[in-house]
Design a protein around this ligand. Structure first.
Ligand SMILES: Cc1cc2nc3c(=O)[nH]c(=O)nc-3n(C[C@H](O)[C@H](O)[C@H](O)COP(=O)(O)OP(=O)(O)OC[C@H]3O[C@@H](n4cnc5c(N)ncnc54)[C@H](O)[C@@H]3O)c2cc1C
Ligand code: FES
Ligand code: FES
Length: 494
């Protein structure tokens, strides 16, 4: 058992004994270290001013990913290399991404600049990236600038981050990997006492035992939901169990039948496997939050949180995914839709936690579509989320329909009346689709809130089902999707 956290910064190992359960990384940097280069804007993961890079070993390679330090708990950087804007320049020479920002006029007031620079630093180090404005804008979707305008910043990214020469971090990578291996000691972390602690068990058994002892503790995975409860709702969480050190819980295992996703696997780590199941599913993953949110946020956290507007549950329900839960006493699996009982209530017993989920692949006679409707295209929460999986026979008659929506009820929910109405309908004959569209009216009574009115939600839900049916019956996506045209138009190679 270790009663400290340890991480790497500026080539040196830092060991901290005093780590509050909900102390954020941003507060540690600015208030304790007085390193004020990292800025605080929104304090809720939206603006990217607080972006820092975390380096970790993934499949033997040193990988740098951007995170929002305002909603990252300090304890969560255990075992990582922390890189902030103060670490980039060496011997008074700016890092190439900093130089490009200067030369191409990527900064005016400068408040957002450290965050952009740190996102660019992670892009600079990313492997296998395609040089395009689309790559850059996707990477920077979580960084907001209010005065410069994005064109010079995107130009700086295109100039500095592709075909880049090695920087000092690349030269030191072998040593860094060695230091990170030393930090990865496989021991449980527990800082505090039984009334107030930050803990990070290293094994599943250790997690189960600790959680059964403290069922009132708050489980934290990527903290992209929990972080906001701390910074915005000012809630107290005296006991925190961070799941990010539990060995094997971040597994992503692909097989011919489907994909097994461990509870702490991030969006970043699962995007490729989801694209392998369906292009729409991969695109949904890509549009969740921002690069920073996807680097920390987990699929398990999205499900466990139980939000009616979480993006993954409707898609996973339509695909027939199974959720796995464990406690110190037992383990069980259940269809994912059964987990969501009512608003704010999930089927999770005291001491029980999510260990993972299984997402089956589509069979040859199945088609799947999912659509996210939000006010902003990137970095926004859904107003309505629709997911449809249809199984059809050779004549195009629907033999099974699984249709699920988010934003239409207090939980992510199947449209059972529409499913029944669609079974037996013909994909070849649009006149047979009407009853399913009509049945949505009995499936849902949506509410009006700041994101959308009840009427808008219902109209959109019906339109999305019609769109899925049109696509599945052979209409080209370009004819029914704004996205394909818009992205093609914007995606000019540099
Ligand atoms: C800027 C921003 C943008 C976002 N955009 C989107 C978006 O586009 N779509 C979307 O759906 N969401 C979005 N979110 C919400 C959030 O990112 C997701 O819900 C994310 O998947 C949560 O995962 P996490 O690992 O960060 O969970 P955490 O915040 O760590 O935990 C969330 C909840 O789940 C519980 N929990 C976590 N892991 C387990 C487990 N293994 N067992 C039991 N309980 C557990 C926690 O106790 C907590 O109640 C956004 C958030 C931010 C800050
Ligand atoms: S301060 Fe805005 S994302 Fe952290
Ligand atoms: S330079 Fe002022 S906010 Fe970006």
């Amino acid at each position: 058992m270790r009663d400290t956290i340890r991480f790497l910064k500026g080539g040196k190992i830092v060991e901290l004994e005093d780590v509050g359960p909900t102390e954020t990384l941003l507060d540690y940097l600015r208030l304790r270290r007085r390193e004020t280069g990292t800025k605080e804007g929104c304090g809720e993961g939206d603006c990217g001013a607080c972006t820092v890079a975390l380096g970790r070993i993934v499949d033997g390679r040193l990988v740098y990913l951007p995170v929002n330090s305002c909603i990252q708990l300090l304890g969560m950087i255990d075992g990582a290399e922390l890189v902030t804007v103060e670490d980039l320049a060496e011997d008074n020479r700016l890092h190439p991404v900093q130089s490009a920002m200067v030369e191409l006029h990527g900064s005016q007031c400068g408040f957002c600049t450290p965050g952009f620079v740190m996102s660019l630093f992670t892009l600079y180090h990313a492997e296998g990236k395609e040089k395009s404005r689309k790559t850059v804008t996707d990477w920077l979707a979580g960084n907001l600038c209010r005065c410069t305008g994005y064109r010079p910043i995107v130009d700086a990214a295109l100039e500095a981050c592709f075909d880049a020469a090695d920087d000092a971090f690349s030269w030191r990578a072998k040593d860094t990997r060695e230091q990170l291996r030393v930090l990865s000691d496989g021991s449980d972390v527990f800082i505090g006492d039984s009334d107030r602690f930050f803990s990070a068990p290293a094994t599943l058994d250790g997690l189960a035992a600790l959680y059964s002892q403290h069922p009132d503790a708050t489980l934290v995975s990527g903290a992209t939901d929990v972080g906001l409860w701390i910074t915005k709702q000012l809630r107290e969480f005296p006991k925190v169990i961070w799941l990010g050190r539990v060995e094997g819980l971040d597994r992503v295992e692909e097989s011919p039948s489907g994909v097994l996703i461990g509870a702490t696997a991030t969006y970043q780590a699962t995007e490729q496997a989801m694209t392998g199941i369906s292009a729409d599913l991969g695109e949904l993953w890509r549009r969740i939050g921002s690069k920073q949110v996807r680097a920390s946020g987990t699929v398990g956290g999205n499900i466990a949180n139980g939000s009616p507007i979480g993006d993954t549950p409707p898609a996973l329900i339509a695909l027939g995914a199974t959720l796995e839960l464990s406690s110190a006493e037992s383990s069980r699996a259940l269809p994912i839709e059964d987990f969501f009982i009512e608003y704010g209530k999930q089927d999770r017993q005291s001491g029980e936690f999510v260990t993972g989920l299984f997402v089956p692949r589509l069979s040859a006679n199945q088609a799947f579509r999912c659509y996210k409707i939000s006010k902003r295209f990137d970095q926004d929460i859904s107003s309505v989320m629709a997911a449809v999986r249809l199984t059809a026979d050779e004549e195009g008659t629907v033999t099974e329909a699984r249709i699920a929506y988010g934003g239409m009820a207090g939980t992510p929910k199947r449209a059972t009346a529409a499913e029944a109405a669609l079974t037996g309908a013909s994909l070849e004959d649009p006149s047979t689709w009407g009853p399913a569209m009509q049945a949505l009216l009995s499936d849902f009574t949506p509410m009006t809130d700041m994101r959308a009115s009840a009427e808008y939600r219902m109209e959109t839900a019906r339109a999305l089902l019609a769109k899925a049916l049109m696509e599945m019956s052979g209409t080209a996506p370009e004819q029914v999707r704004v996205l394909a045209r818009r992205e093609t138009g914007n995606d000019r190679a540099a």
